[in-house]
Design a protein around this ligand. Structure first.
Ligand code: UFG
Length: 322
């Protein structure tokens, strides 16, 4: 079985690629290398450098490789940047989904695992987020991810697509030292970078209505996330047409202070964080109920926060010294 992986040269894509291979599947990667790195695509894996909005190329790749399904990761994903450049996010993320869906129709491919995000929920006011919660994104990024879900949901009805949308919570960690996240804006990389510079890590607000006053998130190891894609692909190979969304998290929240303490333990030092002002748009608590994925995909996360910070730090060091 061959799956086409868009964005397969990126941080998450590289992990999904390896997990699909380990499950015995063949993979063909499409990536424009705007943020990805060709080196992370293993030798022997067909790689096509192309824009995900290039319908003809996508359809040709699917036909030439006898693709049975698509894992669609290629997208822009920085929340703050999406507020500053909404048109670019709509152009790249929404056009990418449309071009891919059209190419799938052209090539007669109907299975898709779509990378969605907890950002589709917006600012929630519940302890555990279930998939039934109304979607009210508060950033252009979240809006584009939700529009992508709608496109594939409607294509399921009209074109018989079998669609699994995975709503990622806070992805962290590395499956190996060569596959760390080089993104600048997330908490764990920010803390490690501040430490490497000799600066104090910053806490964006300690006056939230949480036990220690800092925001709580559901951190999920990228290797667990990759396994969720394999479970989704396997279910689609035998499943019926339709659309289902799944939260991909651990169902367990960690505060910013707890994450910083875990990074400090991984480094083997004390980190004296400095509390600064709140970052606009941050909900106090965002934790997944991952029950649907457990019940229907047979997937649950197995790696804890220390495994995430430990592997992230190890990959960070390898990159700094490499
Ligand atoms: N934070 C700090 N200091 C930092 C960086 C972050 O205190 O230096 C805090 C943030 O304020 C937030 C928490 O750490 O409370 C996590 O922040 P991240 O930027 O790591 O992650 P977000 O929860 O903001 O966003 C993540 C993904 C998005 C996704 C969103 C879904 O990065 O792609 O979850 O809710 F859309």
């Amino acid at each position: 079985m061959t799956w086409m992986l868009t964005g397969g040269a990126g941080y998450i894509g590289a992990h999904v690629l390896r997990a699909l291979q380990a499950s015995g599947r063949q993979v063909v990667v499409v990536d424009d290398l705007s943020t990805g790195h060709a080196e992370v695509v293993p030798e022997g894996v067909p790689f096509v450098r192309a824009d995900v909005r290039d319908t003809d190329t996508l359809a040709r790749v699917m036909t030439e490789h006898g693709v049975v399904g698509v894992v669609h990761l290629a997208a822009k994903k920085a929340v703050g940047e999406s507020v500053e450049q909404p048109l670019r996010y709509y152009r790249e993320n929404v056009d990418g989904v449309l071009a891919l869906a059209e190419a799938m129709v052209d090539a007669g491919v109907s299975r898709i695992v779509y990378s969605s995000s907890a950002a589709v929920y917006g600012a929630v006011d519940v302890d555990l987020v279930t998939e039934e919660l109304p979607t009210q994104p508060v950033s252009p990024y979240g809006e584009t991810k939700l529009i992508g879900e709608w496109v594939f949901r409607d294509a399921a009805v009209a074109h018989g697509f079998a669609v699994t949308a995975l709503r990622y919570f806070n992805v962290a960690g590395a499956g190996s030292d060569d596959l760390g996240d080089s993104a600048v804006f997330n908490l764990i990389p920010m803390v490690m970078r501040a430490h490497a510079r000799g600066d104090r890590p910053q806490i964006f607000g300690a006056d939230y209505p949480t036990p220690d006053g800092t925001c709580i998130r559901d951190y999920i190891h990228v290797a667990d996330l990759a396994d969720a894609h394999v479970a989704a692909a396997a279910a689609l190979e035998t499943g019926a047409p339709g659309f289902t969304s799944y939260n991909i998290g651990r169902g367990e929240g960690s505060s910013v202070r707890e994450v910083i303490a875990s990074v400090a333990a991984a480094i083997g030092t004390d980190l004296h964080a400095e509390v600064v002002g709140r970052r606009p748009g941050d909900p106090a608590v965002l934790v997944a109920s991952a029950d649907r994925a457990a019940a229907e995909l047979g997937w649950t996360a197995t790696r804890d926060l220390d495994a995430m910070t430990g592997s992230a730090w190890s990959a960070f060091r390898a990159r700094s010294h490499g």
